[in-house]
Design a protein around this ligand. Structure first.
Ligand code: PEP
Ligand code: MN
Length: 343
């Protein structure tokens, strides 16, 4: 349930509601708003608890929350959340955030070249995996800690904030020391100990949809992070597995407006993994912008045919520049600011 307090409710009245909720064995989560405070609850709420709280002084109303996710739900938090990656604001009402870079941090040279290319084309942030989740254990699995140092150098050289994946709870601290935003990949969307560990630290999170996950499962995974106290979650549609084989995944454009309706969290789109083919990335990126995405995640490599991972879906720097030139037209057509966020 969501307990909405009156605008003039005092701190004592709010504390009394929190206390009463606890007496029913339910965990209250105060959600201070600009105009009034609301108090959300986790777990099942009995009718007795709702009735007991409704009659307390200072309570305006008790609203049942019908969705299984709570802190991620627009029912609980109606206004759009802005998440900051370094100096870049991501979310509704902000310029589109375009996070771009190689799939993996493969070497210092390639990463710096990619970073300079992303910067010069107007990208908002640099991506690149130092720890790579690979389907085969024999594939290149990233440079690890050395890769994090390379990313830090690329940020110093370009000013672009860094988004990079963390695979294990034990790596969260090391990755968070360097990254401006931690990525949780599709394969780890339901790794609940990783979500807990990420929820316990303050850096923002880019949470990718699992390859066979429903929209509701994605939101429940976000809920894990939110429930631990980290409210800086960006969701990412990256395609789901279907019977179609001409594309690597089927990019689910439905998910974007559906998510925007269900949640206040920013939603971005990854047409690189969503299609698996470089020549499909730009049209699907533009479709995602038209559908209301708050940003894009794009794989860019100076020489895609030499990439150690995901070369076939990576844009050259020139192709990325062309994508960046096309995005403002679509943004303008749907009434969104045509600027792309600069760091
Ligand atoms: C990636 O972003 O490089 C990646 C591994 O993506 P996903 O987790 O969506 O497969
Ligand atoms: Mn990749």
């Amino acid at each position: 349930m969501l307990v909405v307090m009156k605008r003039d409710a005092t701190k004592e009245e709010i504390d009394a509601v929190v206390q009463r909720i606890k007496e029913f064995g339910i965990t209250p989560v105060p959600l201070p708003g600009a105009e009034r405070t609301a108090i959300g609850t986790f777990g099942t709420t009995s009718r007795d608890a709702a009735e007991a709280v409704e009659s307390l002084p200072g309570v305006a109303e008790v609203v049942p929350v019908s969705r299984p996710f709570k802190l991620a739900s627009r029912e609980v938090i109606p206004s759009d959340t802005t998440v900051r990656i370094g100096s870049v604001s991501v979310g509704a009402g902000h310029p589109l955030a375009v996070i771009a870079g190689p799939c993996a941090v493969e070497s210092r040279e390639v990463t710096l070249e990619a970073a300079r290319g992303v910067r010069s084309a107007g990208g908002s942030a640099l991506r690149g995996g130092a720890y790579k989740p690979r389907t085969s254990p024999y594939s290149f699995r990233g440079m690890g800690e050395e890769g994090l140092e390379v990313l830090a150098e690329a940020r110093d050289a370009t000013g672009l904030p860094i988004v990079t994946e963390v695979l294990a709870p034990s790596d969260v601290d090391a990755v968070a020391r360097v990254a401006d935003c931690l990525q949780v990949g599709a394969r780890n969307m339901q790794n609940y100990s990783l979500l807990d560990a990420i929820g316990d630290q303050p850096k923002p999170v880019l949470l990718k949809r699992g390859m066979s996950a429903t929209v509701e499962e994605l939101l429940l995974s976000a809920e894990y992070v939110l429930a631990r106290g980290n409210r800086n979650v960006i969701l990412c549609e990256r395609g789901i597995r279907t019977f179609e084989r001409y594309t690597r995944n089927t990019f689910d454009v439905n998910a974007i407006p559906m998510l925007k309706r269900l949640t206040h969290l920013p939603v971005i789109a990854d047409p690189s993994h969503g299609t698996g083919k470089w020549y499909l990335v730009t049209p699907v990126a533009l479709a995602a912008v038209a559908a209301g995405a708050d940003g894009l995640l794009i794989e860019v490599h100076p020489t895609p045919d030499h990439a150690l991972s995901d070369g076939f879906q990576s844009l050259t720097i020139d192709n990325f520049r062309a994508l960046m030139a096309a995005v403002p037209h679509v943004a303008r057509a749907i009434g969104r600011t045509e600027r792309v966020a600069a760091s």
